[in-house]
Design a protein around this ligand. Structure first.
Ligand SMILES: NC(=O)c1ccc[n+]([C@@H]2O[C@H](COP(=O)([O-])OP(=O)(O)OC[C@H]3O[C@@H](n4cnc5c(N)ncnc54)[C@H](O)[C@@H]3O)[C@@H](O)[C@H]2O)c1
Length: 449
């Protein structure tokens, strides 16, 4: 590599993190080789198809086609002096992170003659870097550097998050390796947090755990709001304006799901207990989140009585808007819960129907909102897709057997929903219920007619 030339980059894993990392470094002028083990994924990428739904990613891949190579071969990826590990680290039955894909990458590294750096973007337990370092040394690969560079992107805004990060964390065993990875991010003009490897690993786990804590906290406040007549949306606004607290992740709802929080929360809990520490707060945060989803069933039953034989439409099946990722989506908890109550369950999602077919057994999937809502006894907003902002039409209301909406994401305005003729339940907005609901039992009575 001549002076000024950007180093070639290898990426292991063509999932959300790997593809976004590869595409963004290509956009920054690097030649990038992305390796995956799934032949169909590599074939799709080679033919210009993007195997996952992520805004801006298809355009970015297309624009940088010349600089991107997709391969099934380890040897292609290791031709790069800097190699990012972006493979999955799903949970095991014990709750610990499954690092088998990470170890496969490490174990499959051939005898590299040139100096190279392995950069860990996958989320891994604290101590993984030390173990990989020892394994590399034992294999005579002491000249292969190791850097922890955890990824903080969010699905749905992954490209923007990568290109405009709040910070980049670089944990290295040697200054030179840290500097080489830091240099890759120079064009992004962001703050780089230089750390030791263990601290870099912990920053990622702690950041996720803190975000989860904020969500469970505001959800518990929402539940107390419901019991006491306050409005959690107003409360969150007032709390979030405190500069010591900030407004983010204070939106009450039915709790988190997804490819990261559930597994990373449990992995940190297990990491702590494996080290002899009982992480009480995190245990409570996780439990609050599990219970939060189930409150939806009570809200439906409040209006419908027994759910046996009732048709309930779940609106939004992916774990969040703008992704087709169904990993640990709240819909995966709600659907079986409702089926167990004897309900007929329908599901609608603008992009994740294919994925839902495999993940949601026993659920009738609908292509359109109208199809999902026709003759339904109730609808639950599970994921706040933009499309659902237009739910309050007379056509959809009249199509429902009973026009009941349980808004699990506080997406709609309670006053507007009721003015449009819907019976409306949300999360933690009792103040609105008290303000707007008529004093009689009329809405409930109507429902049972
Ligand atoms: N998805 C997110 O929002 C996000 C955000 C930050 C961090 N992370 C972390 O990044 C890592 C990757 O997450 P993801 O969502 O991209 O996972 P993913 O499941 O979407 O992608 C992982 C990919 O790695 C491939 N793979 C498995 N073994 C391989 C090997 N030996 N060589 C090359 N490829 C291999 C898989 O086939 C898959 O395509 C995880 O540790 C995750 O916790 C994810």
């Amino acid at each position: 590599m001549s002076a000024g030339e950007k180093p070639k980059i290898g990426v292991f894993g063509a999932g959300w993190v790997g593809l976004v990392t590869g595409a963004c470094f290509a956009e920054l002028g690097h030649e990038v080789i992305v390796r995956d083990v799934l032949p169909e994924r590599i074939a799709a990428l080679e033919s210009g198809r993007v195997p996952l739904h992520e805004p801006e990613l298809p355009e970015l891949l297309e624009r940088n086609r010349e600089r991107l190579t997709f391969t099934l071969e380890v040897d292609d990826a290791v031709s790069a002096p800097i190699m990012f590990v972006c493979v999955g680290t799903p949970p095991t039955y014990s709750g610990d992170a499954d690092l088998s894909a990470v170890w496969t990458v490490v174990d499959q590294l051939p005898e590299l003659e040139e100096r190279a750096i392995l950069v860990m973007k996958s989320t891994v337990p604290v101590g993984t870097g030390e173990k990989v370092r020892a394994a590399l040394d034992a294999r005579g690969l002491a000249h292969v550097g190791y850097v922890s560079n955890p990824e903080f992107l969010s699905e749905g805004s992954a490209v923007r998050d990568f290109m405009h990060p709040d910070r980049v964390v670089v944990g290295a065993f040697t200054e030179a390796d840290g500097a080489a990875v830091t240099a890759l991010y120079e064009p992004l003009e962001t703050t780089v947090v230089q750390a030791d490897v263990a601290s870099a690993e912990m920053i990622k786990l702690a950041a996720n755990a803190f975000l989860m804590t904020r969500i469970s906290f505001i959800n518990e406040i929402a539940n107390v709001c419901e019991a006491t007549g306050a409005d959690v949306v107003k409360v969150a606004e007032g709390v979030g304006l405190d500069h010591r607290l900030g407004p983010h992740f204070l939106r009450a709802g039915i709790g988190w799901g997804g490819s990261c929080f559930p597994k990373d929360g449990v992995a940190l809990k297990q990491l702590a207990s494996n080290s002899g520490y009982h992480f009480q707060l995190l245990n409570a945060v996780i439990e609050v989140n599990e219970l939060q989803k189930r409150r939806v069933v009570g809200k439906l039953a409040k209006h419908l009585g027994s759910l046996r034989g009732k048709t309930i439409a779940l609106l939004g099946l992916a774990f969040k808007p703008n992704t087709n990722d169904m990993r640990d989506a709240p819909s995966l908890i709600l659907a079986p819960r409702l089926l167990a109550e004897g309900a007929v369950v329908r599901g609608w999602d603008p992009v994740a129907l294919e994925e839902a077919k495999q993940a949601l057994r026993g659920v009738e999937l609908s292509e359109t909102l109208l199809e999902a809502l026709t003759d339904a006894d109730g609808a639950v907003i599970v994921t706040e897709w933009d499309e659902l902002s237009g739910l309050l039409t007379s056509e959809l209301r009249d199509a429902m057997r009973t026009p009941l909406i349980v808004d699990g994401r506080n997406l709609l305005d309670p006053g507007e929903a009721r003015a449009a003729g819907f019976v409306y339940e949300s999360i933690g907005r009792a103040a609105h219920d008290l303000d707007v609901l008529p004093e009689t039992e009329e809405p409930e009575t109507k429902l049972h007619q």
